[in-house]
Design a protein around this ligand. Structure first.
Ligand SMILES: Nc1ncnc2c1ncn2[C@@H]1O[C@H](COP(=O)(O)OP(=O)(O)OP(=O)(O)O)[C@@H](O)[C@H]1O
Length: 286
């Protein structure tokens, strides 16, 4: 969905959720980036991002199209490694360890840091096998796969809807159910972090609400980082928000994404300190 379309409803209301006590800075950072720069070949896509992502917090990345939100998200579980031209420089620390260090195994990184994509992408397998797949291929020690599948589906608030059709193909589920199945699949290997790249953009408002409720529950056990074009969603679900924009070099005309402001979500939406943030969230710019 375009920025224009998602923001056509006008200024974003204040967050309408139970107020959580969010400390000034994350108590326990899961990721810390320092001067993170990302190139695709010669193209400088993201410049100098320094921020922290707190444990058991939901952090939202917002900003206009092309500002580098997905690029930053993908570098947190080394998904950018799969793009041959992508190059990451600067520092990305995961629990204090350099994520791009020579001894780090990207496959293990992606097991610990799961990902959910814009379009639900279940495997063309049964509901049961979608959940069991990750634990099987990663060789997870599991006492009972049946129990693990049930517990995982319960955590993803999907069990009651699918318990009688576990052997049916996942493609038979609705779009919203498929996306919750993908979230369930992401948590089946017991990750530490779940990255979500516009997970609701293909869903209707009711399915979106279910995912948002699920995110709020999952926050108790996981750290969640979400890219969203929907500012109401960022305001509703996240604890902290990072606003990115596209910065244009006046001399060269080069366009590169960068972080403008990162703060508690309530501050970003009610009292941003940068005019560009204020302009974007009020719908005047972007
Ligand atoms: N695989 C790639 N190869 C080359 N350039 C890329 C690649 N992926 C993204 N880019 C470029 O990097 C910049 C940032 O893209 P990215 O998708 O991260 O932005 P975004 O803020 O997530 O955008 P959107 O909101 O439209 O999804 C854009 O200019 C984009 O064209």
């Amino acid at each position: 969905m375009t920025d224009q379309a998602t923001r056509a409803a006008g200024p974003v209301p204040s967050p309408q959720r139970a107020v959580r006590d969010v400390p000034d800075v994350p108590k326990e950072p899961v990721f810390t980036t320092q001067d993170l720069n990302i190139h695709y070949g010669d193209f400088h896509a993201v410049t100098d991002v320094s921020m922290e992502f707190g444990k058991n917090e939901i952090t939202a990345l917002i900003g206009p199209s092309g500002c580098g939100k997905s690029t930053v998200l993908r570098c947190l579980n080394r998904m950018n490694d799969l793009i041959p031209t992508a190059r990451v420089s600067g520092e990305v620390r995961y629990h204090g360890i350099e994520l791009y260090g020579p001894k780090i195994d990207p496959i293990e990184v992606r097991r610990r840091i799961g990902m959910v994509f814009q379009k639900a992408n279940p495997f063309p397998k049964s509901i049961y096998d979608n959940i069991a797949y990750g634990p099987r291929v990663t060789g997870m020690k599991v006492d009972s796969m049946d129990d693990l599948v049930e517990q995982t589906l319960r955590r993803a608030a999907l069990w009651d809807e699918v318990k009688d059709k576990l052997k049916q193909n996942a493609y038979g589920l609705s779009g919203g159910q498929q996306q919750r199945l993908c979230i369930a699949r992401a948590i089946a290997t017991n990750p530490d972090v779940v990255l979500m790249d516009e997970p609701c953009s293909a869903l209707d408002p009711i399915a979106t609400l279910r995912i948002e409720e699920l995110m709020a529950e999952l926050r108790e056990s996981y750290t969640i980082i979400i890219v969203t074009h929907n500012m109401q969603q960022a305001a509703r679900v996240s604890d902290r928000t990072a606003f990115f924009t596209v910065k244009v070099n006046e001399t060269t005309g080069d366009r590169t994404g960068g972080l403008v402001e990162f703060d508690r979500t309530t501050t970003i939406f009610e009292n941003p300190s940068d005019q560009r943030t204020e302009g974007y969230i009020s719908g005047r710019f972007g």
